[in-house]
Design a protein around this ligand. Sequence first.
Ligand SMILES: [Zn+2]
Length: 93
Amino acid sequence: MSAGIHVKKCQACGSYTDAKIENCTHCGHPIHEARRNELKKRRAVEDIHIPIWRINNEDPIWLQILKRPVQLVQLMLYGIVAFFIYLATAFAH
Ligand SMILES: [Zn+2]
């Protein structure tokens, strides 16, 4: 066996198959399916649109001052939410 061979573990039967092959040589299970689902899931997470209360240049100065701490709290909350989404996807399998 050559040293440069790339193998992939089959999710169905646990045996190692050449990563260039689409289906497991032992059971026929598509070995790239898990990675494809993972990418799809990750893309779905990135697609979540987070509305931030934006500070407009036309806003009066009191409104800009009012918005600043609100925006900071929002960003912190979204950071925590994003972290939990990351954890959920990282341990989902
Ligand atoms: Zn298999």
